[in-house]
Design a binder for this molecule. Structure first.
Ligand SMILES: Cc1cc2nc3c(=O)[nH]c(=O)nc-3n(C[C@H](O)[C@H](O)[C@H](O)COP(=O)(O)O)c2cc1C
Length: 194
């Protein structure tokens, strides 16, 4: 059975080679509260391999608070110029501190400072307040490396289903789905009505 993550990576590589796709790693991340209220937003995919799909942000944000309470998520990519969509569903766990450090340390300094300045998903009185917080942390870490804030990290999604959708002609699109019961069981593959 073909590994659907390898297939996903082939599609992602194609998206990265397509000049009109500005953010090939941008994906919709859907979460839900325990009482079933859904929410969706765009985040960037930072890793995809047999270990899963990794994304980063503020652990105190709405999305990650929801993942803490209900560690299941759905991802959706749409590469419009390629006329392709990929939907991924599964369970999530936080990445290790070592992994989060490695990725955080690779980010530009302004982004590292931004992770300190932003109290993501909390009300902000005005733009000046955010700029003042940014300046405060710029000063605090002047002349030294910016450490990863304790509230900034990532999650790894272990896929239990991956669905590939491609526009094949005007009416009859192709839709293929890979499913497995858990992370160690074999993938089952099938077609779906588009
Ligand atoms: C192209 C794009 C990329 C983004 N990438 C991320 C990201 O990697 N991590 C992140 O936390 N937010 C990212 N955001 C912002 C989120 O969409 C969202 O506004 C933020 O995470 C707060 O969401 P929440 O309140 O549901 O937690 C991105 C937004 C856009 C439009």
């Amino acid at each position: 059975m073909e590994d659907p993550t390898a297939r996903f990576n082939e599609w992602l590589a194609l998206a990265k080679q397509t000049p009109t796709i500005k953010e090939p790693t941008a994906m919709t991340l859907a979460t839900a509260t325990l009482d079933g209220t859904p929410a969706a937003r765009i985040v960037l995919l930072k890793e995809s391999n047999e270990n899963g799909f990794v994304f980063y942000g503020n652990m105190e944000s709405r999305k990650f608070t929801e993942l803490k309470a209900n560690p299941r998520a759905a991802l959706c990519f749409h590469w419009m110029p390629l006329e392709r969509q990929v939907r991924i569903e599964g369970t999530v766990v936080p990445v290790s501190d070592a992994e989060a450090d490695a990725y955080y340390n690779s980010r530009p300094r302004e982004r590292q400072l931004g992770a300190w300045a932003s109290q993501q998903s909390r009300p902000l009185a005005n733009r000046e307040e955010l700029e003042a917080r940014n300046a405060e942390f710029e000063k605090k870490f002047e002349g030294q490396a910016v450490p990863r804030p304790p509230h900034w990290s990532g999650w790894r999604l272990t896929p239990l289903s991956i669905e590939f959708w491609i526009n094949s002609d005007v009416r009859l699109h192709e839709r293929e789905i890979y499913r497995r019961a858990n992370a160690t069981s074999p993938w089952q593959h099938g077609l779906m009505y588009p």
